[in-house]
Ligand binder design. Structure first.
Ligand code: PEP
Length: 644
C-alpha cells in the first residue's frame, strides 16, 4: 500500500481536516449504534495528541442537499464529546467566521452533515475548494464512503498537498490487500446475497484469486436456471442467465470449483409462520421458493470452511431478514468463528449477522464499508483512496526533479537521501518540491528512506501492460505497489536509444494515469530540428500524440528538454526556454482549458546547474527543473533545491 499513513506526517501545530464516516443509525435523536464513531477514535486521539487541531467532516443519511434536521450530526457531536471527554465544537455552517482563522491547537471540531450542501455528492469544485481551506493536512478515515467520488472524499484532495489515510482506513485497506494479494491458501470466497447482478464484478475478480468459491443466498437460482435445474418461484434474474453461464465457463477454465447449495429450506412465500420444508437436492419444486441453505449444504460448507486458511465472506446465505431463514447464515457465522483460517467479512447483512452472533472477536477483520468492500473485491481502485495519492501541483513551489539514469547503487542512493533529509531538517523550508528518479534497483531503499518526508520517488521508465510475457519490463502497477509516486515517460534517451515512438509513449502515459500515478512527460527537439526552425512543430507533434485521448491531466507534469542541451553542458538561454514553455502552456490551454493550463507544471531540463538555475527558474512559465548530471552530487543538488 503506497498511501501515506497518519504516522508519516508531522502533525504538530497543524490543522487537520479529516473525513470520517459517522453515518450512524439514529432513532428519536439518539444514536442506536455508535460503532462507526468508536472506529474513528484511534485517529482522532492520535491527531490531537500529536499537537494538531482537528476538523471532522461526515455525512449522515441521504438529505439530498437539503438542510433537513432529521439528518443533523448534533447527536454525534454529543456522543463524540462523551467518548473523547473533550469539548466538541459543532459548526453548522461552512461560512462560520470561526473557520476563517486557524483553530487553537487541540481543538476538536465537527462540521454539520456535509450532504446538506448540494455540492457534496456532485463533487463540486466550489465546495471542494472551501473544504480545502479548512486545514493544511487532509486525512481520510471514512473507508465506508471511499468508493464515492464526492467533494469531501475526492474533490477536496486537489487542494491539499499533504494527505494521508487514517488508521481505520489503513486497517481496512491492509486487510483487503492481504487477502487479495498474498493470502494463505487455500482461499475460499463465500458470496451470498440476493442478486447476481450486484456481484458480477466480484465473482469475476475473485475467480482469478480464490481456490474455491461458495455461491449461496438468492444468487444460485439464476445459475441453476442456466444449468436447466428446477427453481420453482425462487429469485431468478432472467437477464443475467447468460452472464451466469459465462461465470460458470470462467470457473471451469480456471479449474475453480463453485459450491452451490445441495439442498434448500423452502416455503411458498417469504413470510414467517408458513409451512417450511427442506428439499433433498438442489431442485426447488413448483410453487416453492428457496429461502435458506439446507442441512446437507451446511455440512458441505462447514468442511470447506474448516479446510481453508483464508475466507472472504460477503453476503448472507438465505433470506436473512426474515426468521427462521437467517439460520443458515447464523450457522455459517458460528462455523467460521470456530475455524482455524482467518476471515475477512464485509457487507451490511453479513456484518449484522456477525454482530448478532456476538462472535465479532473471532473474525480477523470485519469491514465497516459495504459498497467500498465490494468494490475492493471487484478489484476496483476506490476514488477516495486513489485521491490520497493525488499529486497536487502547486506552481508556487518549484519542482526540482533528479534523473539519476544508470547511476548510484542502493547504498549510495540511501546515503544521498539521508544527507538530503538531514539538510532539509536543519534549514528553513527550501521552497522546492523534491522528486528523485533512481534506478529500479535503488527504488526499494529510497522509497523506504523517504517515507514520511516530503521527498517523492519515481521510476525512470515503465511498461504499459500490467502483466504478461514482456521479458525485462516492469509494469506501472508493480511500481505503484512498490511505492513509486511518479514515472518518467518519454525521456529523449528512451526516444532515441530505445526507439520509443509517440504511440508507445501515449500508451505508457495512459497506463500511468489509469493506475492513478503521476508522471513527468518529456518532450523536446534535436539540434537539427532547432536549426531547421522545426522546434514548435516537433513539440506540437509530441504533445498531441503523447496526450492523445487523455482528458484528465491532474497528475501530469511536463518537462521541456531540448535534446541538444541534455548532458552537453549547453543550456537553453532563459529566453529560449521560456519561449517554448509559453508555447506548451498555450497547447495545454487549447487542449485542456485554462484551469488545467494554469495549474500544470512545466519543467525545464538540459544541463541545469547551480550556476544557471536561478535565471531559468525566474521565467514565468518555468515551474522547476529536470536535472541529470548536477543531481548526482548531494551538494550540487541541494544548491538546486535551495536555489532561492
Ligand atoms: C536529463 O537527464 O533529463 C537531463 C536534463 O540531464 P542533464 O541535466 O545532465 O542535462
Amino acid at each position: 500500500m503506497a498511501t501515506l499513513s497518519l504516522r508519516d506526517l508531522n502533525l504538530s501545530g497543524r490543522q487537520v481536516f479529516m473525513r470520517v464516516d459517522f453515518n450512524v443509525p439514529i432513532k428519536n435523536g439518539k444514536i442506536t449504534d455508535d460503532t462507526r464513531i468508536k472506529a474513528a477514535l484511534p485517529s482522532i486521539t492520535y491527531i490531537l495528541e500529536e499537537g494538531a487541531s482537528l476538523i471532522l467532516c461526515s455525512h449522515l443519511g441521504r438529505p439530498k442537499g437539503d438542510n433537513n434536521s432529521e439528518f443533523t450530526l448534533k447527536p454525534v457531536a454529543i456522543n463524540l464529546q462523551e467518548l473523547t471527554g473533550k469539548t466538541v465544537l459543532f459548526v453548522e455552517n461552512l461560512d462560520d467566521p470561526i473557520l476563517k482563522k486557524p483553530l487553537p491547537q487541540g481543538t476538536l471540531c465537527l462540521l454539520e452533515n456535509i450532504r446538506f450542501d448540494k455540492g457534496e455528492e456532485k463533487n463540486y469544485d466550489i465546495l471542494s475548494e472551501k473544504l480545502g481551506k479548512l486545514g493544511d493536512i487532509y486525512v481520510n478515515d471514512a473507508f465506508g464512503t471511499a468508493h464515492r467520488a464526492h467533494s469531501s472524499t475526492e474533490g477536496t484532495t486537489r487542494f491539499f498537498s499533504r494527505k494521508a489515510a487514517g488508521f481505520l482506513m489503513e486497517k481496512e485497506l491492509l486487510a483487503f490487500s492481504q487477502i487479495l494479494s498474498s493470502p494463505s491458501r487455500p482461499l475460499l470466497a463465500i458470496i451470498g446475497g440476493a442478486k447476481i447482478s450486484t456481484k458480477i464484478g466480484v465473482l469475476y475478480n475473485l475467480l482469478d484469486k480464490v481456490d474455491s468459491m461458495i455461491i449461496a443466498g438468492g444468487m444460485p437460482f439464476t445459475f441453476f436456471k442456466a444449468m436447466g435445474k428446477e427453481i420453482g418461484n425462487s429469485l431468478c434474474e432472467d437477464d443475467f442467465i447468460e452472464e451466469a453461464r459465462k461465470i460458470l465457463d470462467k470457473a471451469n477454465e480456471k479449474g475453480i470449483k463453485i459450491y452451490f447449495p445441495v439442498d434448500h429450506v423452502i416455503s411458498q412465500k417469504l413470510e414467517p409462520g408458513l409451512e417450511i420444508k427442506t428439499t433433498n437436492n438442489e431442485n426447488v419444486p413448483e410453487g416453492y421458493i428457496g429461502l435458506d441453505i439446507g442441512p446437507e449444504t451446511l455440512k458441505l460448507y462447514a468442511e470447506l470452511i474448516n479446510s481453508s486458511k483464508t475466507i472472504i465472506w460477503n453476503g448472507p446465505l438465505g433470506a436473512f431478514e426474515t426468521k427462521p431463514f437467517d439460520e443458515g447464515t447464523m450457522a455459517i457465522c458460528r462455523i467460521i468463528a470456530k475455524a482455524k483460517g482467518i476471515c475477512v467479512a464485509g457487507g451490511g447483512d453479513t456484518v449484522s449477522a456477525i454482530n448478532q452472533s456476538n462472535l465479532e472477536k473471532a473474525f480477523y477483520h470485519i469491514s465497516t464499508g459495504g459498497g467500498a468492500s465490494l468494490e475492493l473485491l471487484e478489484g476496483k481502485i476506490l476514488p477516495g483512496v486513489a485521491a490520497l495519492d493525488r499529486y497536487v501541483q502547486d506552481r508556487s513551489m518549484k519542482l526540482i526533479a533528479a534523473n539519476w539514469k544508470m547511476n548510484k547503487s542502493p547504498c549510495e542512493a540511501m546515503e544521498f537521501i539521508d544527507e538530503l533529509i538531514k539538510k532539509i531538517s536543519e534549514t528553513k523550508p527550501s521552497g522546492s518540491d523534491i522528486l528523485i528518479f533512481p534506478t529500479y534497483l535503488a527504488l526499494k531503499e529510497t522509497i523506504c528512506k523517504s517515507r514520511g518526508t516530503e521527498i517523492s520517488i519515481g521510476a525512470q521508465n515503465a511498461y504499459f501492460k500490467d502483466s504478461g510475457a514482456y521479458t525485462g519490463e516492469i509494469s506501472v502497477a508493480m511500481l505503484k505497489e512498490a511505492g513509486c509516486k511518479f514515472i518518467l515517460i518519454g525521456h529523449s534517451e528512451r526516444r532515441t536509444v530505445f526507439r520509443e515512438d509517440d504511440e508507445l509513449i501515449n500508451e505508457k502515459i495512459k497506463a500511468v494515469l489509469a493506475n492513478g500515478l503521476n508522471l513527468v512527460f518529456c518532450l523536446g527537439e534535436t539540434l537539427e530540428e532547432r536549426k531547421q526552425n522545426k522546434t514548435f512543430d516537433v513539440i506540437l507533434k509530441q504533445f498531441k500524440k503523447g496526450l492523445d485521448e487523455i482528458t484528465d491531466i491532474d497528475r501530469l507534469v511536463i518537462a521541456y528538454e531540448p535534446v541538444w542541451a541534455i548532458g552537453t553542458g549547453v543550456t537553453a538561454t532563459p529566453e529560449q526556454a521560456q519561449e517554448v514553455h509559453e508555447y506548451i502552456r498555450d497547447l495545454l490551454l487549447r487542449q485542456f482549458g485554462k484551469e488545467a493550463a494554469d495549474r500544470t507544471r512545466i519543467l525545464y531540463g538540459g544541463s541545469v546547474t547551480p550556476e544557471n538555475v536561478k535565471e531559468l527558474m525566474i521565467q514565468k512559465d518555468i515551474d522547476g527543473a529536470l536535472v541529470g548530471g548536477a543531481s548526482l552530487e548531494t551538494g550540487k543538488y541541494l544548491r538546486l533545491v535551495f536555489y532561492k
